[in-house]
Design a protein around this ligand. Structure first.
Ligand code: PGA
Length: 224
């Protein structure tokens, strides 16, 4: 089973989300190859920005093995935390949450402590955390179910890593037994095949490669 996790980041308007969903659903409903892959070989997670989560959840909940994730979760529980979106709210809509993305660690100064609290919030509200790490220096809590290796020089640059490079780094990460290992960094429909063929890589986390529904489906269609 592979995981394909689409991270839309801070892109799309409501109108663009409607178009993405229409294109995705139309292609999915007409492509029996992708339908059979979805039945048996892949779990797909779509991670839209917060305002679009209910809309995307409503549109995609009809499909087997397609789940919705958030791109973040508050490190605080319910309370007086203006602007925060917490696990209790998210758990009504999502099964997964990306935490510790390098864009949040670097640009938004998210600390290891905050990431750890986010991990605990996911646990509390039964949301599967997809923990992003840049290298072996980022802490991986024990029993992290999904660890996404996302080297910063590969994110959004087109400089994707080779399978060998990725597996070298995998050896240095303190993964728990049972942790699934995901790669993200300039993954697209043209370079995804070798990753999907590796037994050592359990899934992919495309950002730019998930913004177009047909490209995202092209990645999914190459799971074998
Ligand atoms: P990218 O982003 O595929 O656009 O490089 C991946 C990510 O940052 O999750």
């Amino acid at each position: 089973m592979k995981y394909i996790i689409g991270n839309w980041k801070a892109y799309k308007t409501e109108e663009e989300v409607k178009l993405w969903l229409a294109g995705f659903i139309e292609k999915l409903n007409s492509d029996t190859h992708i339908q059979s892959i979805l039945q048996e070989k892949v779990k797909v997670v779509v991670c839209p920005p917060y305002p679009f989560i209910p809309q995307v959840t409503a549109a995609l909940s009809q499909f087997t093995n397609i789940f919705i994730g958030s791109q973040n979760i508050s490190s605080f529980d319910e309370g007086s935390y203006t602007g925060e979106v917490n696990g209790k709210m998210l758990s009504q809509f999502v099964k997964f949450a990306i935490i510790g993305h390098s864009e949040r660690r670097i640009v938004l100064h998210e600390t290891e402590k905050a990431v750890e609290n986010k991990f605990l919030m996911c646990k509390k509200y039964d949301i599967q955390p997809i923990l992003c790490v840049r290298d072996e220096k980022d802490t991986i809590p024990s029993e992290a179910p999904f660890v996404a290796y996302e080297p910063t020089d590969a994110i959004g640059t087109g400089k994707f890593k080779s399978v060998d490079e990725i597996l070298e780094v995998k050896k240095t990460l303190k993964l728990s037994e049972g942790s699934l290992f995901i790669y993200g960094g300039s993954v697209n429909a043209h370079n995804c095949k070798p990753y999907l063929e590796s037994n050592e890589i359990d899934g992919l986390l495309p950002g730019g490669g998930s913004l177009d529904p047909l490209e995202f489906l092209q990645i999914i269609s190459q799971v074998n």
